[in-house]
Design a protein around this ligand. Structure first.
Ligand code: GLY
Ligand code: MN
Ligand code: MN
Length: 541
């Protein structure tokens, strides 16, 4: 069929030009060009003097044969540009640059070139004009111009970038990501044996005060024990094995010299982006709140629709239908719907149990709305009523979560919610006799309670004391797989409760509170009728 369509290409191209020249109907509530410009300015302010920051778009990844995965932009790249296409590179300069023609610029965006044939098959491209009009950039070129850019990267004090993951395909297009990265490496004199982890550890040594160097040596020792190539590095080995501060100081000097051997820096951008993305602007909060509320409504609708002969897949579908109904483009991560024992697998995504029966169903899902993702978990009894044992476990998790949320206040250490939740889970399990030694609690609660939330489900942040306008999750859980070393009556019970918490100067705000959390409120909601009660499809053999 493809061949036949291609023969009428000329006619369709004409039609295509007519269609695409009309204004597109798209949502109006994306992040504004001013937001992205402000974020680039914030990066510029945090960059060291005489430096350039280079950001690449995410690669296209292949699913099978000639089908790729749905494209998803790199969240840093999206944050700074709003550009949602692949094969693109952004340069931000700490100081104004001047072209040979005397034009000033302090940033350049390279985009995919407009191409009617490619756009007919794979969707509209913004191109240079679109990037200027829609995204507010002034200096924009097609990607093919990047290799021709006459920019002396050696002349900068620092070239800031994120190191590459080696998962970029060469499509033989001179403007694809593969070629953009190749050009960058050539311009930047990128050594073939560049090792970003080593650079990071060297940077750690360089910024260490003498009085803290023994602690840092211990931390480095742990990194090295997990990575063979690090163990062989003379400088790292020397620092970790050094018997005193004097020797560590000498090695610190050698490390500084080694770092100064080139101007590549794959550490600083990570710190800058973590600092910026940790706290949300008002504009971001509108989208993040929307993603969270959509996800909470998904939980509510599933509570109403749930019955024991639903499959995990169908339950997932109800959540995701609600997301789409509200215009959320994607799920922020693969949806988790685990009935009974399946809930004990923390990131269970098969979701293929044909009937959930009379067990608990753990549902951890998040809508992604214009890039921002929620992360909300509810655990509910498929038959509408918690059994005695299910409720006993659930109530421990609930109390742990309540205490964790209360501990999420400005100035508290990032670990505060986890510490209090962990203590309450341990006490609860001891009291029920599920464990007899406190240290065994970790078997049934093997994860932390919190991470940042934003453009990524596990968003970037500094993991320092809580700041206002930060959104985190608080998500304790208890998972007792079949065969556990406890009374069989607990087997197959898995409970996680996860809410998305905005940290403010006035205290924590639960943004996903619309979805009931107590056993009483859940049972009450499950008695409500659902529009799906009347949604019948024909039987298929
Ligand atoms: N859904 C992944 C998480 O809760 O972190
Ligand atoms: Mn989750
Ligand atoms: Mn989470």
């Amino acid at each position: 069929m493809r061949k036949r369509i291609r023969t009428v290409f000329g006619v369709l191209t004409m039609l295509f030009i007519c269609v695409t020249s009309k204004a597109q109907d798209i949502p109006k509530d994306y992040l504004s060009a001013e937001f992205h410009e402000g974020r680039r300015e914030a990066v510029r302010k945090m960059m060291p003097g005489n430096s350039v920051a280079v950001f690449f778009a995410n690669p296209v990844r292949n699913r099978a044969n000639d089908v790729d995965y749905i494209y998803h932009q790199d969240p840093d790249f999206y944050y700074l540009t709003g550009y949602n296409e692949p094969n693109s590179v952004l340069l931000i300069f700490s100081e104004t640059q001047y072209s040979d023609a005397g034009e000033e610029y302090d940033e350049i965006l390279y985009v995919q070139e407009r191409d009617p044939r490619a756009e007919q098959w794979n969707g509209k491209r913004l191109g240079i004009e679109g990037a200027k009009e829609r995204l507010g950039f002034t200096t924009v070129y097609n990607g093919s111009e990047f290799s021709k850019l006459d920019l002396n990267l050696q002349g900068f004090e620092n070239v800031l970038f994120f190191d590459f993951k080696n998962d970029v395909r060469d499509s033989r297009d001179e403007a694809d990501l593969f070629s953009l990265i190749k050009s960058f490496k050539k311009k930047a004199n990128y050594p073939a044996d560049y090792d970003a982890t080593k650079q990071q550890l060297y940077s750690m040594i360089k910024s260490t005060e003498v009085e803290n160097s023994a602690n840092v040596a211990q931390i480095l020792g742990r990194y090295m024990s997990r990575d063979e190539s690090l163990k062989e590095d003379e400088l790292l080995k020397g620092f970790v094995d050094a018997p005193d501060d004097k020797l560590r100081s000498d090695i610190k000097e050698k490390v500084s010299l080694k770092l100064a051997a080139n101007n590549l820096n794959s550490v600083i951008l990570g710190e800058i982006m973590a600092t910026l993305r940790e706290t949300k602007t008002e504009e971001e909060m509108v989208l993040l709140k929307k993603a969270i509320e959509i996800s909470a409504v998904g939980q509510v609708e599933v509570m109403k629709a749930m019955h024991p002969n639903m499959s995990e897949t169908e339950i997932q579908g109800v959540h995701e239908y609600v997301y789409k109904k509200y215009g959320a483009e994607y799920e922020g991560y693969p949806s988790i719907v685990g009935g009974g024992n399946n809930g004990c697998i923390l990131h269970y995504i098969e979701n293929n149990k044909p009937e959930v029966g009379d067990e608990l169903v753990l549902m951890d899902l998040g809508a992604e709305y214009h890039g921002y993702t929620a992360d909300v978990t509810r655990t509910i009894p498929a038959n509408g009523k918690f059994s005695k044992e299910q409720k006993q476990i659930y109530d421990i998790v609930y109390e742990a979560q309540e205490a964790g949320i209360k501990a999420s206040v400005v100035g508290a250490p990032f670990q505060a919610p986890g510490r209090v939740a962990s203590r309450l889970v341990t006490e609860g399990l001891m009291k029920l006799g599920v464990i007899s030694k406190e240290e065994d609690a970790r078997t049934y609660f093997p994860h932390g309670t919190s991470h940042y939330l934003g453009l990524d489900v596990h968003d970037k942040g500094t993991y320092q004391a809580f700041k206002p306008n930060t959104v985190i999750t608080v998500e304790p859980g208890i998972y007792i797989p079949e065969g556990s070393d406890c009374d069989q009556k607990w087997w197959g019970i898995a409970v996680r409760i996860e809410d998305d918490i905005l940290i403010t100067d006035e205290g924590p705000v639960n943004l996903s509170a619309m979805a009931p959390r107590t056993t009483e409120a859940i049972e009450k909601m499950m008695k409500q009728p659902s529009p799906l009660d009347h949604f019948k499809l024909p039987h298929l053999d």
